[in-house]
Design a protein. Structure first.
Length: 147
């Protein structure tokens, strides 16, 4: 958000309020709100890119749907839903960061390079660790409900 005294100083201030006057100065809202809202568009574009191009992201999304279905079937309590949410956010975030790093490495190092491979391997390992943690959380929540 930006408080502005003039259009030239729009970027110099930190806050923005919708078309109000504060101490006699007009405060611009529309420009910074448009930028703020467009950032959500970029984020959804990133989600769409990951879903279209990454098989593992789609697999994680299918697992999410199955977990939600099991949670509804077993009528999980708030605490269990909280742990499920933590696991889901952890895995999907790791997968998105992995995808971003893979795209970045491909951009800056189109040829095969050992360090580029190490970066990709480390990012994939982070996803693996997050997924294993999610499996442990899932087992702790769902295994007792089956027996």
């Amino acid at each position: 958000m930006h408080i502005t005294v003039s259009k030239q100083k729009r970027k110099a201030y930190c806050f923005c309020i919708n078309n109000l006057f504060l101490s006699g100065y007009f405060i611009y809202f529309s420009g910074c709100m448009k930028r703020f809202l467009s950032s959500f568009g970029f984020a959804f574009k990133g989600l769409a890119y990951a879903f279209k191009t990454q098989l593992n992201f789609r697999v994680h999304c299918i697992a999410l749907i199955l977990v939600i279905g099991l949670g509804l079937f077993f009528k999980l309590d708030k605490g269990e839903w909280l742990w499920i949410a933590v696991a889901v956010v952890m895995v999907l975030s790791a997968e998105l960061i992995n995808t971003a790093l893979e795209v970045l490495v491909d951009l800056v190092s189109p040829q095969i390079h050992p360090k580029a491979g190490a970066i990709k391997d480390l990012a994939a390992a982070a996803v693996l660790v997050a997924a294993m943690g999610a499996v442990v959380i899932g087992l702790l929540i769902f295994f007792p409900k089956f027996f």
